[in-house]
Design a protein around this ligand. Structure first.
Ligand SMILES: [Zn+2]
Ligand SMILES: [Zn+2]
Ligand SMILES: [Zn+2]
Length: 101
């Protein structure tokens, strides 16, 4: 993998905003996997989910890096560079997270 991500230096330790996709919890929608924004702590659902809130969050905010979050797996994704990135630090979950699948 030749590409490098310049956004990793902006990754912060965050507090997850919700125990599940923030928007889907409000509407009662299911998700497949969760993505945690490492800029602000927003929890959204992945692109395999009907509502794709993590990607929508990136388009709305420009926050580049998300972490795979169900459970925390130590990998991340940069939306800007469209590459997988390795995160030094996993974000612990705040509590049990509802699973739909
Ligand atoms: Zn990047
Ligand atoms: Zn969602
Ligand atoms: Zn964010």
């Amino acid at each position: 993998m030749a590409a490098t991500c310049q956004h990793l230096s902006g990754v912060r330790d965050v507090t997850p905003s919700a125990r599940g996709c923030e928007e889907c919890l409000k509407t009662g929608s299911p998700w497949v996997h969760l993505r945690l924004c490492r800029s602000c702590g927003h929890v959204g659902c992945c692109d395999d989910s009907p509502n794709r809130h993590a990607t929508k969050h990136f388009h709305a905010t420009g926050h580049p890096i998300i972490e795979g979050y169900d459970p925390p797996e130590g990998w991340g994704w940069c939306y800007v560079d469209e590459i997988a990135v390795k995160l030094d630090h996993k974000t612990p979950q705040r509590g049990p997270i509802k699973r739909w699948v």
